[in-house]
Write a protein that binds this ligand. Structure first.
Ligand code: ADP
Ligand code: MG
Length: 693
């Protein structure tokens, strides 16, 4: 149960002045609909009202403040005209302009002859100075109430700056004092204040410097968020280490037979990953291991070796892919090996329906099937295994901490192996995957031909399009990727259709199109025609469909390459260069390119090492981008900025480690306070791990 002292913070935002049900809904989608969500929404700018020029000297377009006398009201003569109030002082005249104004209200608020302080953005209209809808119009008794600086918050459609600012400022005095969850010494050393003061200070910036992420108040709040996150990962990890898992015997005989079936020797990276996994699976604890290796580094074989160990011990194993196509491809690769080894397996997809599905489910439940291959849906609903021993999750793009937690608490002692082709820089691994053990696979299978990568301006589109002709004559197959450019999928689809049509004008029915809005069966059909060579140019809108393996594909063209993350570009490029022929990758960009964009595309030309690309990407773009939610499954931080606060990460890791050594059950006063912290950041799922002791 959430501690009652947080009740105020978790009250609905609609309890704040100016926030009705409609705004509450908008906030719900934008920031979250509780007061705490607004407090986590920090200002991005500020308005400085210190500029108080004379009316003769004021600069156009600036926010300015004047003391004036109200001279004359001019009600509009036609409906569409604004209401004007003419004001002035000894230095000149100023019109206040109101659209859709309520004249009676303005008449009362601004009586002729009264003194007022007005503040807002000044502009010149037909040689007259005016302010449209002033931000403030204060009577003389309240002159000292004019805020000198006002925070400005990021906004969304339907939410006005003033309303949001007022609501947040109204929430600030109600912020409760919370027990301190940071170490006294550490706070002193950093010069940080308590949580309440820091929250209030972050929303009352006094100058631009106070908006910097490294400002004392913001740094403290960032530390809190990172601390909550890291504490959860550590608790999950510890809980798992305590859980009884099964100690599997090693599966030497089966693994040896698989090695004999493979037409290649394993790489050093594969061997050491296999050894890591074998050690985990042989120990009486649950495994939760991340296998990080580039596209094409050969993770699949490693996964099979792990599954063999489960199977050799009489348990079942499941391999889960993010899409149907990938699941099928796994089945095509593994199926023959498993058949040869006499292991029963089955492909489970959402498309197995009715009787077929029932039969599959029965086979899993009875244990007739030893290895199941399918999409993540494999784990949902009515699916029951006789005795699941190992779950392998391929490509965890959409597989975040929450899902990992859910998976590892499912079943009794199921070992989990997560495979990702998104290399994360070493410095960020703990932050992203602190709950897991990690094996990295830096080597690639030998004999892979480097992909010739070129960065080419869209101005040369015609050359590129015509140039494909030569490649096609040599039997090449070409991916042409059009990225998500606009917010609307329909617009993107139109762009891809245009591209497909333009290429059809040259290459006729050799061109196919696959996009995210097609039905799964239609997508598969197009992919199959591409794989068989019936079509040789495949235009794709989104990256998801390109996870497939078509060894004959040797050309990858990526349009608007400057809009992709490096990790994505790297993954896309990994789809070619898988066969025997020389491959190439064309990164088409629309100029002009900024320095960073240029450097980023340059890296793609220089290296194919995913780990190196990830490090460089981190250097150029910052951690927030590298660890974007989409790519890593890491929750988006609201207060912490992994780039600006990178130097806090080691401190957070040490803090958590030491803390759990000293106070493993969070029973000390600091431990109790940390529980509050977890609730504050809605990371309280992990608290249940403390009850079990
Ligand atoms: P990943 O899943 O890591 O992207 P895969 O497991 O699909 O990579 O392997 C890519 C290709 O490399 C497959 O065709 C696979 O058979 C092959 N391969 C895997 N390991 C080796 C190796 N040690 N030597 C040569 N080829 C390998
Ligand atoms: Mg793979």
């Amino acid at each position: 149960m959430r501690p009652t002292l947080l009740d105020k913070l978790f009250a609905d935002a609609t309890t704040l002045p100016g926030i009705g049900p409609k705004l509450g809904k908008i906030l719900g989608e934008f920031t979250g609909d509780k007061i705490i969500d607004l407090l986590f929404h920090l200002p991005s700018n500020l308005i400085d009202r210190q500029y108080r020029p004379s009316l003769t000297e004021v600069e156009d377009g600036r926010i300015a403040t004047f003391e004036v006398e109200v001279m004359k009201h001019e009600a509009p003569r036609r409906r569409n005209l604004p209401y004007r109030i003419l004001c002035g002082n000894e230095t000149g005249y100023l019109s206040l302009v109101f659209f859709h104004a309520r004249g009676d209200w303005l008449g009362k608020a601004m009586p002729e002859g009264a003194k007022r302080m007005v503040s807002g953005r000044v502009e010149r209209f037909r040689d007259q100075l005016q302010i449209v809808h002033p931000d403030h119009m204060l009577p003389q008794a309240e002159f000292d109430k004019l805020p000198i600086v006002e925070p400005v918050y990021p906004l969304t459609a339907g939410l006005s700056a003033k309303v949001l600012m007022k609501a947040i400022q109204a929430a600030l005095p109600q912020v409760p004092e919370l027990p301190e969850w940071q170490e006294e010494e550490w706070l002193k050393k950093q010069g940080w204040s308590d949580w309440r003061s820091a929250t209030q200070a972050a929303h009352r910036p006094e100058n631009m410097a106070a908006l910097e992420p490294t400002h004392l108040a913001r740094a403290r709040l960032a530390y809190d968020e990172l601390l909550a996150h890291q504490l959860v990962l550590a608790l999950v990890r510890r809980d798992r280490k305590k859980q009884q898992g099964r100690a599997y015997q090693s599966a030497e005989a089966l693994q040896k037979r698989l090695r004999e079936l493979l037409p290649f020797p394993l790489t050093g990276s594969q061997e050491s990953a296999i050894a890591d996994i074998e050690m985990d699976m042989s120990a009486p604890m649950r495994m939760l291991r991340l296998l990080q290796g580039d596209v094409g580094s050969g993770k699949t074989v490693v996964a099979v070796m792990a599954m063999l160990q489960a199977v050799a011990n009489g348990a079942q194993a499941a391999l889960m892919a993010p899409t149907e196509i990938l699941a099928r491809q796994h089945a095509e690769t593994l199926g023959p090996w498993l058949d040869e080894l006499g292991i029963s397996w089955q492909l489970m997809t959402a498309r197995n329906k009715g009787k077929l599905r029932k039969e599959s489910l029965d086979a899993l439940a009875s244990g007739d099937v030893q290895i199941a291959i399918g999409t993540h849906a494999l784990f949902q609903g009515d699916v029951a295994f006789a005795d699941l021993g190992l779950a392998v999750v391929d490509e965890q793009h959409r597989f975040g901490v929450q899902q990992r937690m859910a998976l590892s608490t499912k079943g009794n002692g199921v070992d989990v192996l997560v495979m990702t082709a998104t290399p994360i820089p070493r410095t960020l691994t703990l932050t992203a995957y602190g709950d897991m053990d990690v094996s990295r696979m830096p080597d690639k299978p030998p004999g892979r031909k480097p992909v010739d990568t070129r960065v080419i301006s869209m101005d040369r589109y015609d050359d590129v399009a015509q140039g494909l002709g030569n490649a096609l004559q040599d039997g090449a197959r070409v991916y042409w990727v059009c990225p998500l450019v606009s917010e609307s999928e329909l617009v993107d689809l139109a762009a891809a259709e245009d591209r497909a049509n333009a290429l059809r004008a040259i290459y006729g029915d050799k061109v196919g199109l696959v996009h995210g809005q097609m039905k799964a069966a239609d997508k598969d059909a197009v992919m199959a025609r591409f794989a068989s060579g019936e079509i040789s140019i495949l235009v794709a809108t989104t990256v998801i469909e390109v996870g497939v393996n078509v060894p004959e594909a040797t050309v990858m063209v990526i349009e608007h390459a400057e809009r992709f993350g490096l990790a994505q570009l790297h993954q896309l490029r990994g789809r070619v260069g898988r066969g025997l022929d020389k491959s190439s990758c064309v990164l088409l960009y629309r100029g002009p390119l900024g320095e960073t964009a240029k450097a980023r595309l340059g890296i793609m030309r220089e290296t194919e090492d995913g780990f190196k690309i990830a490090e460089e990407d981190l250097r150029l773009r910052g951690a927030g981008e590298v660890l974007g939610t989409r790519q890593s499954g890491l929750p988006a931080f609201r207060l912490a900025d992994l780039e600006a606060h990178a130097d806090l990460l080691p401190a957070v890791h040490d803090d958590v480690k030491l803390l759990l050594e000293r106070d493993p059950l969070l029973k000390s006063p600091r431990g109790e306070a940390l529980r509050v912290l977890l609730y504050l950041f809605r990371r309280d799922e992990a608290i249940r791990f403390l009850q079990s002791g």
